[in-house]
Design a protein around this ligand. Structure first.
Ligand code: IMP
Length: 177
């Protein structure tokens, strides 16, 4: 499995250190307020856990599983598993593994805003800015990355590599077979 990685971009230590910094910033921004972390399954889980470890704020965890249809500009979102929490009047922070075209987060943010949350913001572990098609910006991001296919720390290819303790670029021969 490690042999399939062309280059390690971020080690476990680098990820943890940036999570510590980001958690401080989030604590300041939401001082004295409740916060619901909404993780998008499944890729966001390791990042969400690492980030939350360093938060002082009182947070709740909730999860959604969504997928968007494949049309390039399509906005159709299929919700496979919805939130358990009622988010009306609450601060929501959507936690995503990677922001690429922006389609997933564009749709999820719009949907949660319609439920009259007090605020809906986005934190992403990785931001692939070059991939953007939808007008979507993360409020917080751990790292910006080049336009490469990456795996690890929750990110998969065909459900593999999620457990790698780092983020790395997958060798082309592993996904272009
Ligand atoms: P978007 O909707 O195009 O922004 O894509 C977000 C989703 O695409 C992520 O949640 C991932 O599931 C997937 N994705 C995009 N780029 C990568 C990558 O480099 N590695 C693994 N998954 C990716």
């Amino acid at each position: 499995m490690h042999n399939d990685i062309k280059e390690i971009l971020f080690t476990e230590d680098q990820i943890r250190n940036r999570c510590i910094e980001l958690a401080k910033q989030i604590d300041e921004d939401y001082k004295g307020q409740d916060l619901i972390l909404v993780g998008l399954l499944k890729g966001s889980v390791p990042f969400m856990v690492e980030l939350a470890k360093h938060l002082q704020s009182d947070v709740k965890f909730d999860f959604m599983s969504v997928s968007s249809y494949d049309g390039v500009q399509s906005k159709t979102l299929v919700v496979r598993q919805d939130l358990k929490e009622d988010i009306r009047g609450k601060n929501v922070l959507i936690v995503e593994d990677i922001l690429d075209t922006g389609k997933t987060l564009y749709n999820v943010k719009e949907m949660l805003e319609k439920r009259n949350a007090r605020s809906v913001k986005i934190v992403t572990m990785l931001d692939k800015e070059e991939g953007r098609v939808f007008d979507m910006k993360a409020d917080y991001s751990l790292f910006k990355i080049p336009n490469a296919f990456v795996v690890g720390f929750g990110l998969d290819f065909n459900e593999r590599y999620r457990q790698l303790p780092y983020v790395g670029i997958l060798k082309e021969e592993c996904y272009k077979k």
